[in-house]
Design a protein around this ligand. Structure first.
Ligand SMILES: [Zn+2]
Length: 119
């Protein structure tokens, strides 16, 4: 089963830093869909695109939603049920998803993420 994670900027700023996304990629359990990184060298992509995909299209393969949540929470050190601010709502969302293309977590993707960890 695949699961898709997304964060919002509830309260006016992003909740997770690039270091967190790099840590998620480094486990090998989380990555992106090939359709989001294929077609060009991810290292040459606009960095904003990569940030966007990591924040809104991060995917992982697990046996259950429980396993996906446990993985994410232990690596990112966050509570996925964080309520966020009163007007914006919850900052984190993780749901089972269908993937249009293959799961990607390769050295090029991790290197591209590492190159932008100061975000
Ligand atoms: Zn708000």
């Amino acid at each position: 089963m695949f699961f898709r994670f997304s964060e919002s900027n509830s309260g006016g700023s992003w909740w997770l830093s690039g270091d967190v996304y790099l840590a998620l990629l480094q486990t090998g359990d989380w990555g992106l869909e090939a359709s989001n990184v294929a077609g060009s060298d991810v290292l040459r992509r606009e960095m904003q695109d990569l940030k966007h995909y990591l924040r809104h299209e991060l995917v992982g393969q697990f046996d259950s939603i429980h396993a996906a949540r446990a993985s994410f929470e232990s690596i990112a050190n966050v509570n996925l049920d964080e309520p966020g601010c009163e007007c914006c709502g919850r900052p984190f969302r993780i749901t089972e998803t269908y993937m249009d293309s293959a799961f990607v977590n390769d050295a090029a993707l991790r290197a591209a993420c590492e190159a932008i960890t100061s975000w």
